[in-house]
Design a binder for this molecule. Structure first.
Ligand SMILES: Cc1cc2nc3c(=O)[nH]c(=O)nc-3n(C[C@H](O)[C@H](O)[C@H](O)COP(=O)(O)OP(=O)(O)OC[C@H]3O[C@@H](n4cnc5c(N)ncnc54)[C@H](O)[C@@H]3O)c2cc1C
Ligand code: FES
Length: 339
């Protein structure tokens, strides 16, 4: 039986390949023209060393010079020897360009578009070739029709959904915002991706998710994926917005909570004039139990100022989570990181 392998390159580009039968990851990559770093092909040099983010595999034969026991225990493997036993997510130590690949380009058609509030629109697209492969949390670069420009949007739908969905903040006069205001279902657009290293890792400890505004989008994708596969670890989301009108898709969060008993969430609104029961910023609604004495994977996404404020708060409080992944919805480009 074959397995799907996600190759996540250093520049955030992700390509999905099928690894057939007894094929190694390296053979499957080269078969489709993706030249991941390779030299001896024999488990002797270590050039093809890659980090396995998730999945099971047979590590094959190699010598200690190529991969130490300690590296293997940390989750590294050799692509020239590795045979998947399940779907895999691999972190390739090279940029996509250097491996003679690039993000895929997709032609799509707008399937639906709904203005959820004055500040937020949700729209979905259908892609000719069927459900798109991506990792929950990733984004695409949409070519804004009628312009030469692109805008980045995170999937708010889970991988495998028949339509890919995006949750967009309306910026008055904004290029993409203006396009969405005038467009009807059936219109064409194109995008490249998936891209991004802000994606859900295997859940191995409690997870804390912190969303600001439409920074909720990647979490919807992650949570609906988690609801489908299940996890016993606690997953908590704090979703903060500026104004009442920005608080959207709460029914979807409730639906996830009904399917995934270990999931809890709370919302908060910063606007002092709001009648919401929880006022203030997400950091004001963090409970020590959600931080699990630091043994927690933290994911943070939202506007740049919110992301910086939360990172600053963690630093001031001396909170050092086991892993920390963030993505800023920066107007001018991507700023993603992991600590
Ligand atoms: C990796 C990544 C993922 C992203 N995912 C999403 C997503 O899922 N949902 C989403 O809504 N956005 C997302 N963004 C932001 C998105 O790409 C656009 O920047 C945003 O939607 C504005 O597009 P626009 O064309 O409507 O406005 P623009 O034409 O880009 O902007 C018009 C004017 O408004 C200013 N402006 C732009 N954004 C803001 C803002 N947030 N606050 C105040 N002023 C602003 C600009 O500087 C400019 O002066 C993401 C950004 C990145 C980098
Ligand atoms: S290419 Fe040399 S160990 Fe894999």
């Amino acid at each position: 039986m074959g397995h799907t392998v996600a190759l996540n390159f250093e520049d955030g580009v992700t390509r999905f390949i099928d690894c057939m039968g007894n094929e190694t990851v390296a053979d499957a990559s080269y078969r489709v023209g993706i030249n991941i770093p390779l030299d001896c092909r024999d488990g002797a040099c270590g050039t093809c060393k890659t980090f396995v983010e998730s999945g099971a595999y047979d590590g094959g034969d190699y010598i200690e010079d190529a991969l130490t026991d300690e590296e293997a225990a940390q989750g590294y493997g050799l692509a020239c020897q590795m045979r998947p036993k399940s779907d895999l997510v691999l972190r390739v130590a090279a940029c996509a360009d250097a491996c003679k690949t690039r993000p895929a380009t997709h032609a799509a058609e707008i399937a639906s578009l709904t203005r959820l509030s004055d500040s937020t629109t949700v729209f979905s697209v259908r892609v000719g070739a069927g459900p798109l492969a991506f990792l929950p949390g990733q984004y695409v670069n949409i070519q804004v029709p009628g312009s030469e420009q692109q805008r980045s949007y995170s999937f708010s739908s889970p991988p495998g959904a028949s339509e890919a969905e995006f949750l967009v903040r309306n910026i008055p006069g904004g290029l993409m915002t203006s396009f969405l205001e005038g467009v009807q279902p059936g219109a064409s657009l194109s995008f490249t991706g998936p891209v991004g290293s802000f994606y859900l890792r295997d859940v191995r400890r409690p997870v804390l998710m912190l969303a600001g505004g439409t920074g909720l989008a990647p979490f919807l994708s992650m949570l609906e994926r988690l609801a489908a596969i299940g996890t016993a670890y606690p997953v908590h989301l704090v979703y903060g917005v500026t104004h009442d009108a920005d608080l959207v898709q709460v029914d979807r969060l409730e639906a996830v909570a009904a399917r995934l008993p270990s999931f809890t969430f709370e919302t908060c609104v910063a606007d002092a004039a709001s009648a919401h029961p929880r006022k203030g910023y997400v950091t004001q609604h963090l409970d020590a139990s959600h931080l699990n004495a630091g043994d927690v994977d933290v994911y943070l996404c939202g506007p740049p100022a919110m992301v910086e404020a939360v990172r600053g708060y963690f630093g001031e409080q001396g909170i050092a989570p086991t892993s920390f992944h963030f993505e800023k919805f920066s107007p001018s480009g991507v700023v993603t990181g992991s600590v």
